[in-house]
Ligand binder design. Structure first.
Ligand code: ADP
Ligand code: ADP
Length: 228
């Protein structure tokens, strides 16, 4: 579903963030990208929705070379969740969740009904939380809205960059379990970036363990942990 073929990214200042990286992620698979800060995880992720363009190599999504795909069309099929949720502060929770369907031209009433269903799905009562503003939610609740919004157009692919990184450990564990339960139902193809090895082990069908700009191991968590 997502395929990297010998992808290199060198930034303008000469920094090589990712070098000759190859990776194959199957449909409905959740792959965690794990490693210390600065090893190239976010760069890898952001090349998938073309927020960053590779210097060389090729990335395929659903068999299509994304360099030849219109970025707007590409992003329609890709949900994106970032740390601190990235919500629009001056829009209500319901409007935040309905943003993408509205951009896709859905009728306002349908977009809002759908947004309500999505909030339910991530465990937020739309009557209570829909009218609130992001600042009126806890960190964990904001992350749930971030997930709901990313799923709004039912994209086959989900990119998650430290999605549970900004909350305390207890909330983090709850969000992790909730997301795994949700993923068991919706079966998105997920790339999840984390620097937390426990999170990578817990969440990943497979985990890609980064060294500097490279993937050093790519396997099921049990196999990675069992490796010498
Ligand atoms: P990670 O997500 O693993 O923390 P990143 O992909 O953010 O790593 O960064 C990989 C490397 O690329 C780091 O050395 C970082 O400093 C560098 N880098 C990231 N973004 C830029 C940029 N816009 N310009 C120059 N160097 C960058
Ligand atoms: P606005 O129309 O308010 O300026 P944006 O254009 O910033 O909004 O974003 C519109 C929607 O598209 C947001 O809900 C956001 O989640 C989604 N979006 C923005 N950037 C990306 C991206 N790189 N990949 C996937 N979805 C994105």
């Amino acid at each position: 579903m997502i395929r990297f073929e010998r992808v290199t990214k060198r930034y303008g200042d000469g920094t090589t963030a990712v070098e000759e990286l190859s990776l194959d992620v199957g449909e409905g698979e959740l792959v965690t990208l794990v490693g210390p800060s600065g090893c190239g995880k976010t760069t890898t992720l952001m090349m998938v929705n073309r927020l960053i363009e590779p210097t060389s190599g090729r990335i395929l999504v659903n068999g299509e070379d994304i360099a030849r795909t219109d970025p707007v069309r590409l992003r329609r099929g890709i949900g994106y969740v970032i740390q601190q949720a990235g919500l629009f502060p001056h829009r209500t929770v319901l409007d935040n969740t309905a943003t993408v369907p509205a951009l896709l031209g859905w009728k306002r009433s349908r977009a809002r009904a759908h947004a309500g269903d999505l909030l339910e799905m991530v465990g937020l009562d739309p009557k209570t939380y829909g009218p609130r503003y992001p600042a009126q939610l806890s960190g964990g609740q904001r992350q749930r809205v971030g997930v709901a919004r990313a799923l709004a157009a039912d994209p086959p692919v989900l990119l998650m960059d430290e999605p549970f990184g900004a909350v305390d450990p207890v909330v983090r564990e709850r969000l992790q379990s909730e997301f795994l339960a949700l993923q068991a139902r919706v079966r998105k193809t997920v790339l999840l970036v984390t620097h937390d090895i426990e999170e990578a082990v817990r969440m990943g069908d497979r985990m890609a363990v980064y060294g500097q700009g490279r993937i050093e191991q790519f396997d099921a968590p049990a196999a990675v942990l069992g490796a010498p």
